[in-house]
Structures are given as C-alpha cells and as structure tokens.
Design a protein around this ligand. Structure first.
Ligand SMILES: [Zn+2]
Length: 309
C-alpha cells in the first residue's frame, strides 16, 4: 500500500511543476449549465501552479496547510490554480463576469478567447461586462491584443467602491510598492470604456436576474453576483473564496491576496453559510474547472461538492 502511494506521488510530481504544463497550449475548455431556464457557460482561462505551503497563507503554519491538503485528498502542497470566467445569457443579452488575464498573460493563461470561440461566442456579442474586483487576473482581458476594447459593444459595470479605490491617487501613493502596477493597469484596461462605464452599489440589480452582493475584503470593493431565475439560484463568488480545499475547510485562513484579511474572513464565512443553507450552486473563479458545485457544512468548516446538480 505504501509502495503504491509512493508511485502515485511520483507520477503526480512529474506533471505538476508548472513549466511543462505552461509550454503546451491546453485545449480550450468551457462548461455549460442551467439556472432555471437561464443558460450559463463557464470559460476556462487556464491555470498556473503554486506551492500553497510557501508564502501563501500567512496566518497558519506549513504543517497545517500540509494537513489540510492531505485531508482534501491532494498529493503534496503544489496545486493547479485555475481561472474561470462566467457567461450568463440574460434578456438583455450576454453578460460576462470577469475577463481573465488577456494581453501579456503569464504562460498557460489567457485562454478565455479560445474558450469563447470553442463555445461559439463572438466577443462582439457581449452586452454587459460585470467585474467582481480589479485584480489583474479579472480585468486584464478587457482589452484586445491591439489595445482596443475587447468587448466593443459592451457596457462595463463595476463596483463603486472598487472604482473609487483604484482610481484614487492618494491610495496609489500609500499602497505597498508591489501593488502599484495594479493602479496603472486599471487606467490602461478601462481606457477604451470611458464612455461606457457604469458604477453600481452592492444590492443593486446589475442585469436582468443578476444582483450584486457585497463580499469585500479580498479587495476594497469586491462583490459576488447572485443569478436567479424563479426559485433557481447561482452564486458567482469571484475571489471571496479561492482554493476550496483550503478556504472552505478553513474559512478563517486567508491568502496573501486578501487586502483586508479580517473583512475577507467575515465575507467568506457569510457567503459559505448562505450557500450551504440555501443549497445553491456556486461558481468560483479559482475553483478547479469546471469550477462549479454546492457548498456543504463539513466539520468546523465547509466543503465543495463538485458537479452541476
Ligand atoms: Zn483572482
């Protein structure tokens, strides 16, 4: 038994280290599901790899992380970190939630255009782009390779607090140096949409059947989106919860990318509790493709039960 475990571990280790995966362009991937009568398509932007035991979760030890990964059935602590966009067919046309990396994407990422093409969707048909927050992996795809609007017929709707933060020169001067390029990226990516930008407050209906929910903490204005058709619901989480094996099992752990950890933990717990109580399907931007499932209570935390049902 031990010998078999070792062999499985060795086989897994040969495919995990990012470079091999990054150099071969993966086949474009998309996944369709329904929310009542509303078609939803998940578009895979690709993945990179990360050792989650190193410089990723500052409030726990590497041993705790190793134990959590083992409990989730993972080999070791190096994971594939995926990126997934959500497309919703509404009465007002196609609504895209978050846009992937786009131009200059790191190797292995920036696949969403190919995924869209494989799904038969022309970017010119997107009527509304909704953003959960302004980190590079969510706004990068707003522009096409030539710098023009990547979604030329779309209105772009953004959380008002997110917009206020990332366009504030004072905030830009105060943040850690590593965060500063994100401000320049915001200026660059939103430039083609100056006339077609709308800000919204959490709680408002941002497209037919789609409501924004405040889930701040990962970033100052982060929101999630509730898609509803009759009694059918779907929660598009964004980055309020990332790697399920870590942050569903342990909602009080926080990744280094949570800009206000205390607020992020509170948002995460509220969202998980709601998703579990209402038994609604969820989509996570960084959940393993196809990035959907239901949330169940498990021990002192929660777990993702992957699948469509
Ligand atoms: Zn992200």
């Amino acid at each position: 038994m031990h010998r078999r475990d070792l062999l499985v571990g060795a086989a897994a280790a040969t495919v995990i280290p990012g470079l091999a995966a990054a150099q071969t362009a993966p086949a474009p991937q998309f996944h369709r599901m329904m929310v009542g009568a509303v078609p939803v398509t998940i578009l895979h932007d690709g993945f990179n790899t990360r050792d989650v035991a190193q410089n990723f979760i500052p409030n726990v030890t590497p041993e705790q992380i190793r134990a959590a990964m083992q409990a989730a059935g993972a080999q070791g602590t190096t994971i594939q970190n995926p990126y997934n966009l959500t497309l919703v067919q509404t009465r007002a046309g196609l609504v895209l939630i978050d846009t992937g990396f786009g131009q200059g994407a790191p190797a292995g990422l920036g696949q969403h255009r190919a995924a869209m093409q494989a799904a038969g969707i022309d970017p010119a048909r997107i009527a509304i782009v909704l953003l959960t927050h302004f980190h590079p992996d969510h706004i990068g795809g707003l522009i096409a390779a030539d710098g023009s609007a990547g979604f030329p017929n779309a209105v772009v709707k953004v959380p008002e607090r997110e917009w206020a933060f990332w366009t504030d020169a004072g905030e830009e001067s105060r943040v850690a140096e590593g965060r500063r390029p994100n401000f320049a990226l915001v200026r660059n990516r939103f430039a083609p949409y100056a006339e077609k930008l709308e800000r919204f407050a959490p709680g408002s209906e941002v497209a037919p059947g789609i409501t924004a929910i405040a889930t701040m903490g990962h970033s100052p204005g982060h929101v999630s989106f509730l898609v509803a058709d009759g009694t059918a619901q779907l929660l598009v989480i964004g980055d309020a919860i990332t790697t399920p094996a870590l942050f569903m099992a342990n909602p009080e752990w926080f990744p280094i990318f949570d800009m206000d950890p205390a607020q992020a933990v509170a948002s995460r717990k509220a969202l998980l509790e709601r998703a579990a109580t209402e038994r609604m399907p969820v989509i996570g931007y960084h959940f393993p493709f196809p990035a959907t499932g239901r949330v169940e209570r498990a021990g002192t935390g929660y777990r993702l039960v992957a699948g469509n049902a």
